[in-house]
Design a protein around this ligand. Structure first.
Ligand SMILES: C[S@@+](CC[C@H](N)C(=O)[O-])C[C@H]1O[C@@H](n2cnc3c(N)ncnc32)[C@H](O)[C@@H]1O
Length: 186
């Protein structure tokens, strides 16, 4: 599938945006997220969402991110306004995915890196693909959503979490939520 690395999180000021990065990753098809700098509060709030809405999305904090990025065995893609256009970068990434990753185990799961504060050159150099969602500065949440939507070819939001306690029925007006209390309590 896809894993996300959220870099540069500043617990004092980025709580809300990083939480949104994680929720977007989960909702739009990623398997999990690693967050640096560590923030137990964010881990907790994302786990709560998963408890209610289902699935087994993984969330973890990293004390050090360089070994994590360096050691990833699948292709690495960094979302940055300086990168290749979305279509071009996506084609390069898909090629790498189909060939298997650069690491020894040759995993095909891409790692998607998004920043907060300025991202160090190490990231640009280590990632096989630097990809932009337009060359204007905007938000890591928007960039990740566009990336995942394209990566899953428009199906990213068609997700169904089997063990969801709360399940929403789409409705033209108002809120229709089914609370399935008898379904697992993980
Ligand atoms: C609010 S931006 C901050 C960028 C920071 N000021 C810098 O100079 O690198 C946070 C993150 O959003 C993502 N981002 C912002 N605009 C983007 C774009 N046009 N395409 C892809 N990613 C983008 C990047 O991952 C970036 O690290």
């Amino acid at each position: 599938v896809v894993y996300v690395l959220r870099l540069g999180h500043r617990p004092q000021r980025d709580k809300r945006v990083t939480t949104h990065v994680a929720l977007t990753a989960r909702a739009l098809g990623a398997r999990g997220i690693a967050i640096w700098r560590p923030d137990a509060g964010i881990e907790e709030s994302v786990r709560k969402a998963t408890q209610s809405f289902g699935g087994d999305f993984e969330v973890r904090s990293l004390k050090e991110w360089r070994p994590f990025l360096k050691g990833w065995s699948g292709p690495r893609v960094h979302l940055t306004m300086y990168g290749l256009p979305l279509e071009e970068g996506m084609e390069a990434l898909k090629q790498l995915v189909s060939e298997g990753g650069p690491g020894e185990s040759g995993s095909q799961e891409p790692l998607v890196v998004v920043g907060a504060e300025k991202v160090p050159p190490f990231v640009f150099q280590t990632c096989e693909v630097n990809l932009s969602a337009g060359n204007q500065p905007h938000s890591e949440v928007a960039a990740l959503a566009l990336f995942l939507d394209r990566y899953f070819e428009g199906r990213a939001h068609h997700r169904n979490f089997a063990d969801a306690r709360l399940r929403i029925t789409p409705s033209a007006k108002g809120k229709r939520v089914e609370d399935r209390k008898d379904v697992g309590t993980h």
